[in-house]
Design a protein around this ligand. Structure first.
Ligand SMILES: C[S@@+](CC[C@H](N)C(=O)[O-])C[C@H]1O[C@@H](n2cnc3c(N)ncnc32)[C@H](O)[C@@H]1O
Length: 267
């Protein structure tokens, strides 16, 4: 679906480009300017389309959100996930989580999915360090004027969304995260930030205290990743003595990287 959408967009852009060139060659400058202006509107149209779709999807189930995040919305709100892993994971909750935390949001694809899977009045907190690896951010301007409205649209009408920017390892981020929770405990914490062994360990050790007994902590990239030696979540998942019941969501045991490991804390 994502490819079909891209092909349609390219076809539309090419048609407008050709129309503008043909009009210019024929000396029809007003028509050429008109088609060129329409061409410039293609990215803006795509942005608006994503914004509106995200707003409506937030009220729907994670399956519909996944169709968008892995389909037509992939260029602005894509998730660095396998659909076959994150969707069964999100559907594994008997009750929609009412308080959700995320470390590492990049373009916000997982945030859109987490919102769609959570209760309509859930509190969702997302923490990211702009400019860190895989953040997908271009500049502070991009973050403020393009990214933020998209991220805000993901929450839908009833949820409370707190977007935090900062290093998860700083005490300031930890304090702001706790402040955003306001005494509540998380039902779900999704850790997908710094993928080094020390990074994921620090995130677990610092933020797991915010998760309620019986709540779930999930880690992305539990599969060994030969292509990127700095990605060491698999070692953490294998060696660290996590309490509770573990479940793995892995599309293909032979795949390099990816995979979600979830641990349900003792109730
Ligand atoms: C792999 S991406 C997250 C992908 C996202 N969860 C998804 O599936 O679409 C990792 C993110 O973690 C963030 N990150 C890396 N180190 C971090 C840190 N120390 N604190 C907070 N965020 C961090 C990066 O900025 C990046 O956006």
């Amino acid at each position: 679906m994502a490819v079909k959408f891209l092909v349609r967009g390219i076809q539309a852009a090419l048609a407008l480009l050709l129309a503008a060139l043909a009009a210019a060659l024929a000396g029809l400058w007003a028509a050429a300017a008109f088609f060129a202006a329409l061409l410039a509107l293609v990215p803006a149209g795509y942005y608006l389309y994503c914004l509106l779709r995200l707003r409506t999807l937030a009220a729907r189930d994670p399956g519909a959100a996944a169709d968008f995040v892995f389909g037509a919305g992939a260029w602005l709100a894509g998730a660095l996930q396998h659909r076959e892993e994150i969707l069964p994971f999100l559907k594994s909750f008997p009750e929609p989580p009412r308080a959700v935390g995320e470390i590492g949001r990049a373009q916000g694809g997982t945030l859109a999915l987490l919102c769609a899977a959570s209760a309509q009045d859930a509190l969702v907190i997302s923490l990211d360090l702009p400019g860190a690896a895989f953040s997908g951010e271009l500049s502070a301007l991009n973050r403020a004027f393009w990214r933020r409205p998209l991220l805000r649209a993901m929450k839908g009408p009833g949820r409370e969304l707190v977007l935090l920017d900062g290093d998860s390892r700083s005490s300031e981020s930890l304090r702001r995260f706790g402040e955003a929770l306001g005494g509540r405990r998380l039902d779900l914490l999704f850790i997908d930030g710094d993928h080094s062994y020390e990074g994921v360990k620090a995130d677990y050790e610092r933020y797991s205290g915010f998760v309620r007994p019986g709540g779930v902590i999930a880690f992305h990239d539990i599969q060994p990743c030969a292509a990127r030696p700095g990605v060491e979540v698999s070692r953490f998942w294998r060696d660290y003595p996590l309490p509770g019941t573990r479940t793995e969501y892995v599309k293909d045991r032979a795949q390099d990287g990816m995979g979600i490991g979830a641990v349900r804390l003792p109730g």
